[in-house]
Design a protein around this ligand. Sequence first.
Ligand code: PLP
Length: 386
Amino acid sequence: MNIIPSLVNKIKKRFNANLLNLHEPSLDKTDYKIVNKSLLEKEISTYGRYNHLFEKKISKYIGSNNVVSIINGTSALHLMMKMLGIGKNDEVLVQSLTYISSINSIIYNNAIPHFIEIDKNNLNVDVEKLDNYLKRITYQKNNLCYNKKTKKKIRYFLSVCINGLSANLLELQKILKKYNIKLIEDAAEGLGCFYNKKHLGLFGEGGVFSFNGNKIISTGGGGALYLKSKNLFKLSTKYATNCKIKKGFETEYFDTGYNYRMPSINASLGISQLSKLEKFIKNKQKIYKIYNEIFNDYDEFEILKPIKNLRSNYWLTNLRIKKLNKIKRNSLIKNFWDKKIFIRQIWKPIHMMNNFKHFPKMKLEVTEKTYYSTFSLPSSEFLINR
Ligand SMILES: Cc1ncc(COP(=O)(O)O)c(C=O)c1O
């Protein structure tokens, strides 16, 4: 029996909607008011008072003052690695099932991404497999970890929050410590996620957030960078401003920096959006529960659960086809799209693309299987209030 039509009907009925996009921003009059104010004040372009306020509020929310607002998450990733001195003799461990920016930012710094395997239940690193792999392929010299084959240093592991899901970061850190590898985080999708009450992005040496149009809160385009070291944080604010220094009436640049600061008009939107974040998370959690109720009736599917002790932001609800012999992924997508329910297949793993095939990698069987079996479901927070 084809179960898709009944699923489509249930979803549309439960959300009282005829068309469900994957994710749309939630904007209301509080957003229009503050952006309008920034326009009237001509506080629109370079770093200004709205940035200060936004950074103060983000800092308070995540629990660290070392935060700088950046033009987008991709640039924040680039700058984070630059500040940590990641360069051409480094391999950075990272999952292949991620958004391209996690990988590009490593390459921008002339380093090499080294792909690691994931756990199908949380779409993040499989810690046990990682441990066995590192035991086999690395050696230690002067308290540094090296790849036996390439002789490159492995100093950092970039952990990626996927759709609001996370690895057990404490267990991961324990493993990494054995090999003298440090943690950094791509928490672009993780604003509002707390593991053991600590905000994602703050577990390692640095972390990055995105406020792109499709994220849980949006500044149009935008991101933020956290660095654990106060000195590096301060330096990052300079590098994000072209390394500009004022000398009396003169301006000089002490190094090749970047024009990475978030414009003030975007920061103004961030302030109103952030004030609604907890409400957005509550609504998204309700959406997650509704999908659980709907899909619980079908053995063929499973909704992915956040791990214990993770307060997820439920950014996107994740669905897995358990019985790939029964449910064909292309027909699933086509049937949903035909009925205007725009589910999205999880990203194609980066190592499966021509340009990225040559990078070092573990066996990535689960990663590849996950690509064929896992989907994100429409999760705009306003679906709940129709
Ligand atoms: C996992 C991940 N990393 C990095 C980024 C890059 O963020 P941005 O689009 O703000 O550059 C995104 C989102 O787009 C993302 O989902």
